[in-house]
Design a protein around this ligand. Structure first.
Ligand SMILES: NC(=O)c1ccc[n+]([C@@H]2O[C@H](COP(=O)([O-])OP(=O)(O)OC[C@H]3O[C@@H](n4cnc5c(N)ncnc54)[C@H](O)[C@@H]3O)[C@@H](O)[C@H]2O)c1
Length: 108
């Protein structure tokens, strides 16, 4: 997943944290997002300890405006870490688990 950005909501603990660590292990830059700032910071630290790249962005996925801002951040992060956005087609895929209120997004 080198050159890709993974946005993982609810990644301040549990399954979301495990997903963030896996995306980083596979080479993606990870945007760790959660309502819990301490948990998010801890996940970022764990990613970096393992040699990965991650940043934290607080968001409550129950609020549409928070989610929209997160997706914008993911696209901006991808554009700034790769070729100029004007020369690339940016795709955003949204995955929402029916069993949770979480949305996982990947910009590629
Ligand atoms: N379908 C299944 O087989 C299955 C199995 C295990 C867990 N689950 C479900 O998956 C979910 C996650 O489980 P877990 O063990 O990782 O839970 P967890 O409590 O360890 O982690 C949940 C994370 O989500 C964050 N969070 C909660 N509400 C949020 C919101 N509105 N916006 C952003 N972040 C928010 C929390 O702060 C926490 O960091 C739970 O709902 C659980 O019931 C389903």
């Amino acid at each position: 997943m080198s050159g890709k950005v993974a946005l993982v909501t609810g990644s301040g603990a549990g399954i979301g944290r495990a997903a963030a660590l896996k995306f980083a292990e596979e080479g993606a830059k990870v945007i760790v997002s959660d309502v819990n700032i301490d948990g998010g910071d801890e996940t970022v630290a764990l990613v970096k300890q393992k040699g990965g790249d991650a940043v934290f962005a607080r968001a409550d996925v129950a609020h549409a405006a928070d989610v929209e801002a997160l997706v914008t951040k993911a696209v901006d992060t991808l554009a700034s870490s790769t070729a100029p956005a004007t020369t690339r087609a940016l795709k955003v895929k949204l995955f929402r688990s029916p069993s949770s209120r979480r949305t996982t997004s990947i910009a590629s």
